[in-house]
Design a protein around this ligand. Structure first.
Ligand code: 261
Length: 407
């Protein structure tokens, strides 16, 4: 198969259309195009099938972690996503200790359950809520915020930061000349970064002399010789990664699980009646929505062939895990949410050396958030006066999720 197929419909795909709904476009790409294909709108190749994504992600010797142009413009370079070799290993060793399942199990109940209950207690007693703004995002940012040591930063500020970083990170449209098509679209990210620095720099100053149990204090001190700390400039790009993806995606997943279950009312009832089904409901929802739909890239260190597609050295490939997770060769009726589907491994958390370090923590936050929601409001219903609009191509989830219940 050639990489230079003449295919005008692919040339005319826009980032805006992808953000509205990438699923039909990628369904056609999987059917009609090569499994790794150049997308002019973003000036990069995309990997669209489960096999292509898995093959690239699992070969970290050949395929290095990389960052998209918009991603590098937003985070700076040197983030965990695009370091490789010993530097990447140091960054993984920095972030992993508090995220190990055996460690997460020791703190996650005490961390997340009170947070979930607090936000539920703040619901107006009027039988209506937008579960995205009032619950899913709140539980997500407060849980990670407190774990990092950002207890003094309000939840709404953390939401504003991930939103601004996300808008900037996914400002992916490129011109034919390889320039950013919308350079003004990086302003929100620049603003967020400046504000993050102004708030986090003084916290770091304090942690350097007064270490505590917060994750960021550990990032500064762990594995360093006595009296030394990691340079903050070394830490910041990876902190931005967390302040975007790790803040935003558990919220997307909480809301997507509810939306998915609402698409199957009988399955929703079963989960309400038996909370032990929540874990399965979450795995199916992250397959179905893929909160990190198409946001990480890899770069070929030498010329190679993937699934029959010849790719030159230096080729950058966007890992479209959201497409891989709806690959017809892996799943029956992939666009349907189905709690009862035969489990097949999904790629919602990526794979290989750059696979998600927070898989277990995130899943626990989502689980506890859903357990508390369903226990507090077992008669939760979809508010049919509002549409459920999923949005996003880089990151994807419902923009709002309106619920109602009898009070
Ligand atoms: C914690 C994961 O965050 C990200 C993953 C992929 C792209 C950007 C992110 O912030």
């Amino acid at each position: 198969m050639s990489t230079t197929t003449v295919s005008t419909w692919i040339d005319s795909i826009t980032v805006e259309e992808l953000e509205k709904d990438p699923n039909p476009i990628y369904e056609r790409l999987r059917k009609e195009a090569a499994p790794v294909v150049f997308l002019p709108a973003i000036g990069l190749h995309v990997a669209t099938t489960a096999e292509a994504c898995r093959e690239i992600a699992s070969n970290s010797e050949l395929w290095y972690g990389f960052i998209s142009p918009a991603g590098g413009r937003t985070f700076g370079h040197g983030a965990i996503l695009n370091e490789n070799g010993p530097l990447h290993e140091d960054l993984r060793e920095m972030v992993e200790p508090s995220l190990k399942p055996s460690v997460v199990d020791q703190y996650v109940e005490d961390l997340v359950r009170p947070i979930a209950r607090k936000f539920l207690a703040e619901f107006e007693n009027d039988g209506h809520a937008d579960l995205v703004a009032q619950y899913a995002e709140q539980v997500s940012v407060r849980s990670l915020g407190d774990l990092l040591g950002l207890n003094s930063v309000s939840s709404d500020k953390l939401r504003e930061w991930f939103h601004k970083l996300s808008v900037s990170f996914t400002n992916a449209a490129m011109t034919e000349d390889g320039e950013f098509a919308n350079p003004e679209g990086f302003t929100p990210g620049d603003e967020a970064r400046a504000e993050i620095r102004s708030i986090v720099d003084p916290l770091i100053d304090n942690w350097i002399v007064n270490p505590d149990h917060s994750m960021l204090s550990h990032w500064l001190h762990d594995g360093m010789p006595a009296g030394q700390t990691r340079d903050r400039e070394y830490i910041y790009p990876t902190l931005y990664v967390d302040l975007l993806g790790a803040m935003q995606e558990p919220g997307h997943a909480i809301a997507s699980t509810v939306a998915g279950l609402w698409s199957r009312p009988e399955q929703f009832e079963r989960v309400i009646d038996d909370p032990s089904l929540i874990r399965r409901a979450i795995q199916e929802s992250v397959r179905w929505t893929s909160p990190i739909w198409s946001a990480t890239t890899r770069q070929a260190q030498q010329a190679t062939t993937v699934q029959g597609v010849d790719l030159p050295e230096g080729t950058v490939v966007m890992m479209s895990y959201g497409s891989a997770n709806r690959d017809e060769n892996v799943y029956n009726a992939p666009s349907e949410y189905d709690l009862d589907r035969r489990p097949a491994p999904h790629l919602a958390f990526g794979a290989g050396k750059h696979g998600c370090a927070g898989t277990y923590f995130a899943t626990e936050v989502i689980r506890i958030g859903l357990e508390e929601l369903f226990e507090a409001i077992p008669n939760l219903e979809r508010d049919e006066d509002h549409e459920i609009d999923f949005w996003g191509w880089g990151f994807r989830g419902p923009k709002e999720l309106h619920a109602k219940w009898e009070v």
